[in-house]
Design a binder for this molecule. Structure first.
Ligand code: CP
Length: 305
């Protein structure tokens, strides 16, 4: 592949290969000397039209650890503010001959559209409610390292499924690797057609978390909701927020994940987020490793100028 636009289209063996490469990147990143030169002389531009802490900084670190020159395009102070379109912005940057563009955009499909217009490799860092492939890969790596496998595990993805590209990419990836995937949400936060997407659907935490090996909480994305339906935080936490009481429905050795950013006290209790069963900090570490793995895998297909 020249681009990574989504989990859709990846074969299970390709996902496993990326996870194996990421395991090596974890080992490298834990050394004092963290650099390799696989991308030496290459230029990576991070182009984020939406806010990010984890994804943007880990793509920057990943590129630098592999020796690339990394430039973070500041969209907030760019000519996008003067009305320049997505495609014109991308073609302007493309004329500077980058090798890799890492793109986040609020519109589903925007990153794929952009990939058709530029001559370099493109990585989707999240497009609307469509896909966030490197998030799903880092979640899978975190699960595999803690549980020793993915196949046969029951993973409950809970909360705002409707607006979540993380849920979509995780459903595709985890079911491709043989996990049993459940989505657990109020019916108002489930997308149309969810029952055809291969996951079990539950509309109560008690049933959805029963015997789950992994409980993956999602952020309530209030900024993507129109004003007519924004649940009250207190009510949402009561029914859908993960606290110790609800976590007790899951398997005794269940582990808790959240892609971040978290709304503490909305979808997850602080005591669970910071508790002994939380993998949230480890997910961030795996994020750098997975992005190194993706950059390494794409490096074989980079255009030769
Ligand atoms: N999980 C995730 O994508 O976080 P950021 O929005 O901070 O990049």
């Amino acid at each position: 592949h020249r681009h990574l636009l989504g989990i859709e289209g990846l074969q299970p063996y390709e996902i496993e290969t990326l996870l194996d490469l990421a395991d090596q990147a974890v080992a490298l990143s834990r050394q004092v000397e963290k650099k390799r030169n696989i991308l030496r002389g290459r230029t990576q531009i991070n182009l984020f039209f939406e806010a990010s802490t984890r994804t943007q900084s880990s793509f920057e670190l990943a590129g630098k650890r592999l020796g690339a020159d990394v430039m973070n395009m500041s969209v907030a102070s760019s000519s996008v503010k003067k009305g320049e379109t997505l495609i014109d912005t991308a073609q302007t940057l493309n004329a500077m001959r980058p090798d890799i563009l890492v793109v986040r955009h609020h519109a589903a499909g925007a990153v794929e559209l952009l990939a058709r217009k530029v001559g370099c490799s493109v990585i989707n860092a999240g497009d609307g409610a469509h896909e966030h492939p490197t998030q799903a890969l880092l979640d899978a790596l975190t699960i595999r390292r803690n549980k020793g496998r993915i196949s046969g595990l029951t993973v409950a993805i809970c909360g705002d499924i409707l607006h979540s590209r993380v849920a979509r990419s995780n459903m595709l990836l985890l079911s491709a690797l043989g996990a049993r995937v459940r989505v657990v949400a109020p019916s108002t936060l489930l997308p149309a057609g969810i029952r055809d997407m291969g996951a079990e659907v539950h509309t109560s935490m008690k049933a959805g978390l029963k015997d789950a090996d992994i409980v993956m909480m999602l952020r309530l994305q209030r900024e993507r909701m129109d004003g007519s339906f924004v649940p009250s935080v207190r009510e949402y936490f009561h029914y859908w927020g993960l606290d110790e009481e609800k976590l007790a429905y899951a398997a005794p050795d269940a582990l808790v994940m959240h892609p971040g950013p978290m709304n503490r006290g909305v979808e997850i209790a602080p005591s669970v987020a910071d508790g002994p069963r939380s993998l949230i900090g480890e997910q961030v570490e795996m994020g750098v490793a997975v992005r190194m793995a993706v950059l390494e895998a794409l490096s074989a297909h980079l255009p030769q100028h």
